[in-house]
Design a protein around this ligand. Structure first.
Ligand SMILES: [Zn+2]
Length: 322
């Protein structure tokens, strides 16, 4: 861990929750309303309430975030992070001496730190066990939220499930249609169908044509972006303009360019597919190049392929669980 990341600091853009910027004194003052909420979050955490439980508690009382939204797991976790606790205790780099008024004392700080450490630890113990997790391709079919792994112990041993993480974060009432779906069912469907599709001799022909068209499209877009960047640079050089605005636009164009380069890289080339691909040969890299999104529903999955899968160049298909 770098030294600077240990420091509690204020970046100077948005005042930390619980504080308000006083432009007259150029100081950070305590915001009475937010401070009261923050202190109750801290005391609930010290009473061993989880981030989700705290969020629910605040929402039950109609208390909103600074932006007027409902609290959730993430917004509470952020306020209980190492940096935020250190800030609230007025600690810089493990030494007291901040130039803002602390709102918690040393012993409160150490309590919260312990809780934060144990939460971090349990985070690292969560296992990834499927080819499909951690790729950002699994989505809840009902709300579009990310899908995460869950493990339950049954008498037959450990069983892994997929579940809607938005439901988990926002509570049981959120996304009521989503259920725990056994991981092996989803994984089997995906691997079996993908291997069938990749072993279809028609695919190679289609893929060659598809690649040619996509590459053409991407190349055109690249040169459009390049032209725009060149002309913006000319404007910047020759005219009296708002340099920051032009720089901002160039930056965003360069981002678009990077995205297109990634898209070109991720095109599945016919060379990537051996004459016959076995199920065992289907690894993360093959999945990333062939599937863009998998939506999980209770009785079926919808797979969005990034390659055409039949003669009509279809890219989306539903598959029922066996
Ligand atoms: Zn959902």
């Amino acid at each position: 861990m770098s030294k600077s990341s240990k420091k509690a600091y204020w970046s100077g853009y948005v005042p930390p929750y619980g504080y308000r910027y006083n432009s007259a004194n150029k100081s950070l003052d305590i915001d009475q309303n937010e401070n009261e909420i923050l202190l109750s979050i801290f005391s609930l955490a010290r009473a061993n309430k989880s981030a989700l439980e705290i969020a629910k508690e605040l929402n039950r009382h109609g208390i909103k975030t600074r932006r007027g939204k409902m609290w959730n797991y993430t917004t509470i976790s952020n306020l209980l992070s190492k940096d935020r606790i250190a800030f609230a205790a007025g600690i810089i780099d493990d030494k007291p001496g901040a130039n803002w008024e602390p709102i918690i004392d040393k012993s409160q700080y150490h309590d919260l730190r312990k809780i934060e450490l144990s939460r971090e630890k349990s985070k690292h113990h969560r296992k990834r066990d499927s080819l499909l997790t951690g790729q950002n391709i699994l989505k809840c079919g009902y709300c579009g939220g990310a899908v995460k792994s869950a493990k339950t112990k049954k008498n037959v041993g450990e069983i892994y499930y997929y579940r809607c993480s938005d439901k988990q974060i926002r509570g049981a009432d959120y996304c009521p249609e989503s259920k725990l779906i056994q991981q092996s069912k989803v994984d089997d469907i995906v691997i079996n169908n993908l291997s069938q599709i990749l072993n279809n001799p028609l695919l190679l022909k289609q893929l060659t044509e598809y690649n040619r068209k996509s590459t053409e499209l991407f190349t055109n877009r690249m040169s459009q972006i390049q032209d725009k960047i060149t002309s913006l640079l000319m404007i910047e050089k020759n005219l009296f303009t708002n340099k920051e605005m032009v720089d901002e636009e160039i930056k965003s164009l360069k981002k678009d360019r990077k995205k297109i380069i990634d898209q070109i890289d991720s095109l599945l080339s016919p060379d990537d597919i051996p004459f016959r691909i076995s199920k065992k040969q289907i690894n993360i890299s093959v999945i990333k190049k062939t599937i863009s999104r998998i939506e999980i529903f209770e009785k079926y999955v919808t797979i969005h392929f990034s390659i055409p899968i039949d003669e009509n160049l279809k890219t989306t298909e539903n598959f029922n669980y066996g």
